[in-house]
Write a protein that binds this ligand. Structure first.
Ligand SMILES: C[S@@+](CC[C@H](N)C(=O)[O-])C[C@H]1O[C@@H](n2cnc3c(N)ncnc32)[C@H](O)[C@@H]1O
Length: 312
């Protein structure tokens, strides 16, 4: 066999030690789909396939999709989540980087006009133009004019996905992702004042309202990752609901500079924007100590500080 394909790659059910209780059909379907191609799951592509259809159902339920909706799925893999989405009556745009998995999922749903598969790297693709043209071609009778994202994504592109889709409130209303547990916590639960607080937290809260939905133990995936996962829902804000900053570019540039000097007080790390005295006065003006550090500020505090210390 060519190209690293092997005959027997996957465990049989009887060998699946520590596997969660699940409908065996789901497990069989995933293993069969992989075995038909002799595919070894690739670590570099974050290929940890979902074995438990109840989790797929929970992902779909968390996004409250309705019949007729348009859903973007990043990384359909064997198509187990795709199947639940299609059964919920939605149209799916699936973007899959691995050409083998893209053709496998295409074949699985051959002839189904509710699915469009693009074999592309999500990080590099023009998602806005793909989504805009699909939304424009759909019936105006749809209840929601917004699309949704529902995906079990590879852990290694989580930040790219979040950075790309959260500012797209004009296209998506909700983004439901299965993330690495630690990432899920960091993006949805972490509050200011903790040492892990970063610019990404300000970014997430600027563009969305995140909510931690549920932990998903690692035993639900094949192959089993070293860490647990969790479902997070981001409700996207529309442009009119974004915090009132004079310029988002200058706002996020200020936040980045603030965290560049993580141990530094803001009156030092933001000195390129204004004098130390003016920064101190601005901090006191919004009810914070004059020697505040970036991890002390909420997203709203950053917004106020930005509008006070940068020329508008
Ligand atoms: C964690 S697996 C999930 C597969 C499937 N959704 C499931 O639940 O079993 C991630 C999937 O994303 C695909 N993938 C990896 N990197 C990608 C990228 N940059 N763009 C699109 N798909 C990618 C992998 O090939 C794989 O099929």
């Amino acid at each position: 066999r060519r190209g690293g394909f092997r005959r027997r790659l996957l465990p049989c059910i009887a060998c699946a030690k520590g596997a969660p209780s699940r409908n065996p059909d789901d497990y069989h379907a995933t293993l069969r789909a992989l075995n038909t191609r002799g595919r070894t799951p690739r670590k570099s592509l974050g290929q940890h396939y979902m074995l438990n259809n109840e989790i797929n159902e929970q992902l779909v339920a968390s996004s409250s999709v309705e019949e007729g909706d348009l859903v973007l799925e990043i990384g359909p893999g064997t198509g187990s989540l795709t199947n639940v989405l299609i059964n919920a009556g939605v149209t799916v745009l699936a973007i899959e980087k691995d050409p083998h998995m893209a053709s496998l999922v295409n074949e699985r749903f051959a002839g189904n006009d509710k699915l469009k598969v693009l074999q592309e790297d999500f990080v590099k693709c023009h998602i806005r133009s793909h989504m805009s043209s699909l939304l424009a071609s759909m019936k105006p009778s749809r209840k929601s004019r917004y699309a949704k994202v529902v995906s079990n994504i590879p852990f290694n592109i989580s930040t790219d996905v979040v950075k790309q889709v959260l500012p797209m409130g004009d296209i998506f209303s909700e983004v439901v992702l299965l993330l690495q547990e630690e990432t899920a916590n960091r993006l949805s639960v972490l509050s200011p004042g903790t040492s892990e607080y970063r610019p990404i937290n300000v970014f997430v809260n600027f563009y969305s309202v995140p909510e931690y939905i549920a932990n998903v133990p690692r035993s639900n995936f094949f192959p089993q990752p070293k860490v647990d996962a969790a479902i997070v829902r981001f409700k996207l804000k529309q442009a009119a609901e974004y915090p009132p900053v004079t310029s988002t570019k200058s706002f996020f540039s200020m936040v980045k500079s603030a965290f560049n000097g993580k141990r530094k007080m803001l009156r030092k790390s933001l000195q390129h924007l204004n004098t130390a005295v003016d920064i101190e006065n601005a901090l006191v003006g919004i009810g914070l100590p004059s020697n505040s550090r970036p991890e002390d500020l909420t997203m709203d505090d950053f917004v106020q500080l930005h509008n006070m210390i940068t020329p508008g």
